[in-house]
Design a protein around this ligand. Structure first.
Ligand code: FES
Length: 108
């Protein structure tokens, strides 16, 4: 599928996201090198670092429920908005065709 990822500089990228490889959104960002190495996916997708935080700009109704771990991590993260999600908790499925997300600012 094609999805649009707006990087931390505000530039939009329309990228391919395979649905047959069990990938999540954080991995797609890394695959396309849309955030510097070491600033995203630090915990490896365990919902334990919030480095993959993004703002979901479309398809809100198709987003999975947040797990307790994700809620907890977002409670501690910076720059959190109502539409914040952890990218590593969003799995790439065919229904997400055309998804638009924006990466949250990097915080240490
Ligand atoms: Fe750490 Fe998503 S990669 S919370």
């Amino acid at each position: 599928i094609k999805i649009t990822i707006i990087d931390r500089e505000g530039e939009a990228h329309n990228v391919d996201a395979p649905t047959d490889m069990n990938m999540n959104l954080m991995e797609i960002v890394r695959m396309h090198e849309l955030a510097p190495e070491g600033t995203i996916g630090i915990c490896g997708g365990m919902a334990m670092c919030a480095s993959c935080q993004c703002y979901v700009l479309s398809h809100e109704h198709l987003m999975p429920e947040k797990s307790y771990e994700e809620e907890d991590m977002l409670d501690q993260a910076f720059f959190v908005k109502d539409n914040s999600r952890l990218g590593c908790q969003i799995h790439i499925t065919p229904e997400l065709e055309g998804l638009e997300v924006k990466l949250a600012p990097h915080s240490t």
